[in-house]
Design a protein around this ligand. Sequence first.
Ligand code: SF4
Length: 351
Amino acid sequence: MKKQTDIVHLQEQLLAWYDRQGRILPWRIRPEDRDAGQAADPYAVWLSEIMLQQTTVPHATPYWQKFLVEFPTVIDLANADRDRILTLWAGLGYYARARNLHKCAGVIRDEYDGIFPRTEAELLKLPGIGPYTAATIAAICFDEATNIVDGNVERVVSRIFKIEAPLPKARSEYRRLAGTLAPQKRPGDYGQAIMDLGATICTPRSPKCADCPWQGHCEALKQSRPTDYPKKVKKAKLPVRHGAAFVLRHDECVLLRRRPDKGLLGGMMGFPGTDWGDIPTEPLKSAPINRNWEKCETVVKHVFTHFELRLDVYRAEAMDKSVNGVWAPLKDIKDFALPTVMKKILSVSNA
Ligand code: SF4
């Protein structure tokens, strides 16, 4: 625990550093922009926060720009065709987020007259908006003094306080300590500042402590052991699931089918295949037609959050296009927004 005078000092030092060196991001209103009369747009901030979960700023930025060009307002997004949203989302992964984006936009259109709710508590009621995103939008856009905690903040806080309890078990303790530092004034700037500090200075493997505005108060640095924190419980090895996928071709086209809405890659286009689980005993029973299927040599490996997937790929040539599904011309395949694992299957079938 820090003394109140130290906390005030930490807040002032961090905000002064942010005023000088905070990142310039396309969805961000910098303090000088705000002084010039600009306000943060909750729609733009929400989009950026959802996209930035599980990916980096350089990767997410072109997607964010494309979405804002095609759907300039939350109502435009709510009125959009879901397949179009999934197509634009392809490559960002974790497709449930895109489906929730659409659902959430619909709720804001229908239940909030197209206007984002202004409090953390109300934002939390929306589909796909969790504690971090609600706290971030409320602080950045509506000046609510929330406690913004993401992975970057957890790392900084773990070092400042030298927290010995490991993540993820002790997450509530990290949250509580982060809350002791969060100020009532300029909550949005503070939240963005501490996230910037974690992203650019207090990095996981080589923190630049000499450039850190908090170096004088950092317990981990005092012991020269910043990278010992945050403590983490060793991850168990991911379980492996198996399956088979079928690439059926005819006339420079491949057969695709839409995956069921529920479950992984829900609603996305993909190649027909078996369920994913134990090694299928008779994979060809799940093939879209009875053909002379050739098994490709390479096994597709793909890591999801909770398991590793290994897929055998089978290929065959159809006599015609009478089999049910969408026959996608290979030259236009990028328009079908295939998830990464499906792109790997196609590439193995081409080898
Ligand atoms: S002094 Fe180093 S370890 Fe401590 S918060 Fe700053 S960058 Fe992180």
